[in-house]
Design a binder for this molecule. Structure first.
Ligand SMILES: Cc1cc2nc3c(=O)[nH]c(=O)nc-3n(C[C@H](O)[C@H](O)[C@H](O)COP(=O)(O)OP(=O)(O)OC[C@H]3O[C@@H](n4cnc5c(N)ncnc54)[C@H](O)[C@@H]3O)c2cc1C
Length: 478
């Protein structure tokens, strides 16, 4: 008989959270801690969403999206998770760039970037200061017509090398382009520049296991392999979710599934106003990624001076379309030294990530797909050999992920790595006005994606849900 993954789940909750990405788990944790009855439903067999990992023979563990996040993660994790998690966040010191325009190593913070821009790149210190101050002063409600390209042109006209240094890591980190609103760049860039790039020591497996323990401590019911098929609405109010053949009643739903999936598949157009549907239809998905995971043989060591994060490109200039092209010229290598997981076996691994288009991979036949993956692996190892001599002979395990892989594991349409483009934020925020008790928290736009953005968006939305439930409870005297 098929296993019942909802065996211990009640028929009714205050809140059902659909999806256990970082935004979903954070929302569930905050609401559970506040005393609400919370059910977290995840279609996959693991929690974490894109914050995930996998284990391969030989004890090799690969992280998918643990490459770097801003210092703000420490505060968010301390406040909304626990000290145990926050205390494991450590800085990456060696961020390297290597491309035909420049090769350099940086700690990726304002002081070091100012030094580089004024000495190596010969910029006027006043222009550099003004640029940093402008980026740091940007906020959500600023003008959205200025693009990131306009911003660079204003401070560093004609300096493609400077644009490359400032933009390439952010494009990699969240898929943003020179045509996106400048605020989306300014906010994310300034977050990183405040103190540099950080990582979770212990690996994604350790982080997610500690988050699960904290959720359980806060009485959140968790069910995996539970794919929510439908959100039921009546009288413009959320009523229940339908999952694995059961209907679970609730007063609020937070969907961490992709915004477009939430609107068009889980809710359906008929539940929403025409204007809202049109606005949601105009929301563009973000790009996807390819990755190559390479684990070294047990006796192989990589010198730590190779870098923690290495932004490489063979393209003569920086162009967003080149970053997405199947004909890969740019790769970001993440190096995982034994101290990534100090309690586990001494292992060295390298993960290469590149932004990618769904359309380049979606329609390949199975044989074309396998051949393309092999080509991706081979060309990536060739590229790595520049930094890890003889890499091919040192590798114990290698495999690749494509946009199809991301789609399969998270159900994100087009394998989107960073949810939707910026316009998704307004649609996500407007959902509760369409349907009482219906919320979305997950990667939308550039600011609300990435580990920190997703956690912080989960915080914002759970506070709103908490307020709604608390007000209702007070009204009925419970
Ligand atoms: C290759 C790659 C590298 C990255 N590198 C970094 C990095 O270095 N730093 C950084 O900060 N960020 C990085 N990111 C981005 C970061 O991982 C994501 O922005 C963040 O983890 C997204 O969290 P989320 O809450 O939006 O949900 P997601 O992680 O997208 O999770 C959504 C969850 O919902 C579940 N779900 C969907 N539909 C249903 C349903 N119907 N029923 C039940 N469950 C459902 C999915 O299975 C999934 O678990 C990277 C992403 C990728 C792909």
């Amino acid at each position: 008989m098929a296993r019942d993954f909802l065996k211990n789940v009640s028929d009714q909750y205050d809140v059902v959270v659909i999806g256990s990405g970082l935004a979903g788990m954070t929302s569930a944790n905050i609401l559970g801690r506040a005393g609400h009855r919370v059910l977290l439903l995840e279609q996959h067999y693991k929690l974490g969403g894109l914050a995930t990992w996998f284990l391969r023979p030989g004890g090799h563990i690969f992280d998918i999206s643990l490459h770097g996040f801003p210092h703000g993660m420490i505060k968010s994790c301390r406040r909304y998770w626990n000290d145990d998690i926050a205390d494991r966040i450590v800085q990456l010191k060696n961020i390297r760039f290597d491309n035909p325009m420049f090769s350099l190593t940086t700690t990726f913070n304002r002081a070091d970037f100012t030094h580089l821009l004024t000495t190596r790149f010969g910029l006027d210190p006043a222009a550099v200061t003004a640029f940093f101050d402008t980026a740091r002063g940007m906020n959500f409600y600023d003008d959205q017509t200025t693009t990131t390209r306009d911003l660079f042109e204003r401070f560093f006209p004609g300096r493609e090398d400077v644009v490359r240094l400032l933009m390439e890591p952010i494009t990699y980190a969240n898929g943003s382009t020179l045509e996106d609103p400048a605020i989306t760049y300014g906010i994310v860039f300034s977050n990183f520049m405040s103190k540099g790039v950080f990582i979770y020591q212990g690996g994604t497996d350790d982080l997610v296991s500690r988050m699960k323990q904290e959720l359980e401590k806060n009485n959140v019911d968790i069910a995996i392999r539970c794919n929510v098929e439908r959100i039921h609405v009546a009288n413009d109010q959320v009523q229940a979710v339908e999952v694995n053949g059961r209907k679970i009643r609730c007063r609020a739903v937070i969907s961490n599934a992709n915004l477009r999936t939430t609107v068009f598949d889980l809710l359906g157009r008929e539940a929403l106003s025409q204007d809202f549907v049109e606005q949601a239809e105009a929301v563009r998905l973000n790009n996807s990624s390819t990755q190559v995971y390479m684990a070294m043989k047990p006796d192989v060591e990589i010198d730590e001076s190779t870098g923690d994060l290495l932004f490489t490109s063979t393209a003569p200039v920086f162009r967003t379309d080149l970053l997405l092209s199947r004909n890969i010229t740019s790769r970001t290598f993440s190096f995982y030294y034994p101290n990534t997981r100090p309690d586990k076996r001494r292992r060295y691994a390298v993960v290469s990530s590149t932004n990618a288009n769904w359309s380049d991979w979606a329609d390949l036949s199975e044989s074309e797909y396998e051949a393309s993956k092999q080509e991706l692996i081979d060309s990536t190892i060739d590229a790595l050999e520049k930094y890890v001599p003889d890499a091919r002979a040192k590798i114990d395990w290698v495999e690749a992920a494509t946009p199809r892989t991301f789609n399969r594991y998270t159900q994100h349409q087009l394998g989107a790595s960073f949810g939707t483009k910026f316009e998704g934020l307004a649609v996500s925020r407007a959902l509760p006005q369409q349907i009482g008790g219906m919320y979305h928290a997950g990667s939308v736009g550039i600011i609300m994606s990435g580990w920190l953005g997703a956690i912080n968006y989960g915080v914002i939305v759970s506070n709103e849900v908490d307020q709604k439930l608390t007000t209702e409870n007070a009204a009925i005297g419970s």
